[in-house]
Design a protein around this ligand. Structure first.
Ligand code: FES
Ligand SMILES: [Fe+2]
Length: 425
């Protein structure tokens, strides 16, 4: 779909008539039977982001992902030849779980039940008392591999065998627009995992619209994002792809939230100095560790409207990978469904490695700031989920700046009820 720069006032849905006429039903956000369809028709069929290549730099390095939504444990390992490979984390003998640690480094993997051993390519290389198996051929009993590919250092797996589309077909135009972002340089940071009692779409939806910011976040970041000319935090642009979507967001360029470590002008620097709050001190200190990338160093897909007040782009990669990209740091959240009413959100925030104590202090300040913001979101989401099944309303009532919410639910519905992905049924 075309990129449309947002004139004011503007009705996004005019550009996307198929979405404008589609009501988003509430039931898929609490129905266990709908969740089972999502499990089979989405999560076991599309490309899922599971980590970064930097997590497994050397042959034998591995990590394990417990993907409850796919009823699977997945072993992601760097092979002897340096390739990233993924396997069902299941022994081919009696289906014991093979690797029990969540990450580590191994020369080979030995099952602790009866001692079968596999190499880093999943090949069966050791079978105790092998003579007692009848007509046994090791070559047919390796680890079962999953389709694996990478994009800019992100590791994706796919349970479909074979996948309907290659990873590059699946990511499509979005991947081309964002290729070249300096992910490989922005490697410090932290991770939180949050178990939130709400449906995965309810959770993700709160991160792909800013309509709620002046209300839920009135005690934290609302003042830092909203401006007098844009009091409801309308995005600079919403762009919808076949499966994925993007919101380009502006913010007050002087704010900590919109402007982490970025000082665009002397005026903004002076403003930071005048502030007496912790945020002001952090901003001032952090400025000595300035490490933003210039627009020329960033891919063309960022800040598509070329706004002077641009702060970040939200990218939501179907189904559950949320990737806000900023000029000097990025977030990578993955919304892993546990059940129709529960989601484990893996929250990763990546910074440039701090070069000074001041810069490190600034990052820590940003961390606690984000924690407060997230708790404001999560507590509201749990309250929402607790009443969704009451039957009060069959449909959500959405406005134009919530268009990304409509798009997610529509794409989900197309996978669940035919259309996308149906060819492999
Ligand atoms: S289940 Fe793995 S060796 Fe028996
Ligand atoms: Fe929020």
């Amino acid at each position: 779909m075309d990129v449309r720069q947002r004139p004011l006032p503007q009705n996004w849905a005019q550009d996307y008539s198929a979405l404008r006429n589609w009501n988003v039903p509430v039931e898929p956000c609490f129905s266990p039977s709908y969740f089972e369809l999502e499990r089979e028709r989405i999560f076991r069929r599309v490309w899922l982001q599971v980590g970064r290549v930097e997590e497994i730099p050397k042959p034998g390095d591995y990590f394990v992902k417990e993907l409850k939504v796919c009823n699977a444990s997945v072993l992601v390992v760097r092979s002897q030849a340096g390739a990233v490979r993924a396997f069902y984390n299941v022994c081919a003998h009696r289906s014991n779980k093979l690797a029990w640690e969540c990450r580590g480094s191994a020369k080979r993997f030995t099952c602790n039940f009866h001692g079968w051993t596999y190499d880093l390519d999943g090949k069966l290389i050791g079978v105790p008392d092998e003579e007692s198996f009848v007509n046994f051929d090791r070559s047919g009993h390796g680890l079962r591999a999953l389709a694996t590919d990478t994009w800019e250092g992100f590791i994706f797996i796919n349970f479909a065998d074979p996948p309907n589309e290659s990873l590059s077909e699946y990511l499509g135009e979005w991947a081309e627009e964002h290729r070249g972002y300096p992910f490989h340089k922005i490697t410090a940071g932290y991770q939180w995992n949050a178990l939130v009692n709400c449906n995965w779409k309810v959770a993700l939806d709160a991160f792909q619209e800013a309509y709620h910011v002046p209300f839920i976040h009135k005690h934290s970041i609302a003042g830092a994002i909203g401006t007098r000319s844009n009091p409801h935090d309308h995005p600079l642009l919403i762009k919808l792809y076949k499966y994925h979507r993007k919101l380009s967001m502006g913010a007050d360029p002087k704010s900590v939230y919109g402007n982490p470590l970025l000082i665009y002008s002397d005026q903004a620097r002076e403003e930071a100095k005048r502030q007496q709050s912790i945020a002001g001190v952090a901003l001032k200190l952090g400025a000595s560790d300035k490490d933003d990338f210039s627009p020329a160093e960033l891919p063309s897909g960022l800040n598509p409207t070329r706004s002077a007040n641009w702060a970040w782009d939200i990218n939501a990669i179907f189904p559950n990978f949320y990737l806000p990209l900023r000029p000097n740091y990025y977030q990578a959240y993955t919304f892993w469904p546990i059940s129709a009413g529960q989601t484990e959100i893996e929250l990763r925030v990546f910074y440039m490695p701090a070069r000074s104590a001041a810069g490190r202090f600034y990052q820590e300040y940003r961390k606690v700031n984000l924690r407060d913001v997230l708790l404001e979101d999560f507590s509201t989401l749990e309250q929402s989920q607790s009443v969704l099944a009451s039957g009060a309303h069959r449909y959500f009532t959405l406005q134009d700046n919530e268009l990304a919410v409509v798009h997610l639910h529509k794409v989900v519905d197309e996978f669940v009820h035919g259309g996308h992905g149906a060819e492999s049924e």
